[in-house]
Design a protein around this ligand. Sequence first.
Ligand code: NCD
Length: 356
Amino acid sequence: MRHLLDVTDFSVEELYELIRTAEDIAQNKEKYCQSCKGKKLATLFFEPSTRTRLSFEAAMLELGGSVLGFSEASSSSATKGESIRDTVKVVSNYVDIIAMRHPIEGAAFAAVKAADVPVINAGDGGHCHPTQTLADLLTIHRECGSLTGLTIGLCGDLKYGRTVHSLINAMSRYAGNKFVLISPSELALPSYMKDFMKAERLEYVETTDMDRYMSQLDVLYMTRVQKERFDDEKEYMRVKDCYILDNKKLAGAKKSLRILHPLPRVNEIACEVDSDPRAAYFRQTLNGKLMRMALILKLLREKDMPYNARKSEVHKDLNCPNPKCVTKTERELEKEFIFSDGEYRCAYCDCYVKNR
Ligand code: NCD
């Protein structure tokens, strides 16, 4: 059955198909208002969320379906020690499709292994957040008129910012895109992502200076420093206000620049920027609902198609080196790895196994 663990589970053509459906939904709301009649979506949120959970719920309701679920781990049996596997197995008996957010990296693939219905990854720790990327893709497509040939600045917490990882995965598949990675060195993109960018021969630069490439950017993707992922609070305090975008910083930017942010915003964009026509982040939230509607329709329609996006194998002799990987916490999970370009990477969290 089909699932969405990360955007690469869909082909480029399928992503365009989702964009077309989302545009059609935006124009013809009534046409879709009974499309999911009798179907149920479970939102299993083991981690806080405003936009993702509510937009999933709004999406299913606008398609004529219904929703059930929980919005924090403390109101689920996870507090009693239930595994992801058991929770998902049980919920599969109650609903037609599951959207799950979990604080542990690779949790979504662990859920897929247990599920009898399609699973959507609504964020797994600092790893991936593909449905935010669907919102980002529709936003870039609508605002910039294209997904190709863009210079994309990603600014802030590139280490723990899962939306950044999924967006790079997605935008790397469209021709001519270049990436400017703006972060303090402590919050630089994880090495598994840089390994991926090198393997894909993507054009990118890393800088700590937000102003340096501002005039070249077509898209500026701002992110919050992900407080909840830091092991050391002092470290967070040191980097939390590393970049603040304000009108002065935008002075040299293109007129056609578009500023995106997955939200929530803490301090990284001054409120004065909100009234600049280049600020697209509130329009982006509407796009998120439209793309989630298109996604639910697609997964329910194609639920009997085989899921073969992850060509992984069980390797009992290999260990994922990521201490935050779900294979370290979930009981009896088979360790699976993907072999590509002469290296193994964890099928759950994508971390490369080096120096075997
Ligand atoms: C993002 C997330 O949860 O990763 N939020 C969202 O889903 N819109 C970004 C964030 O929390 O900073």
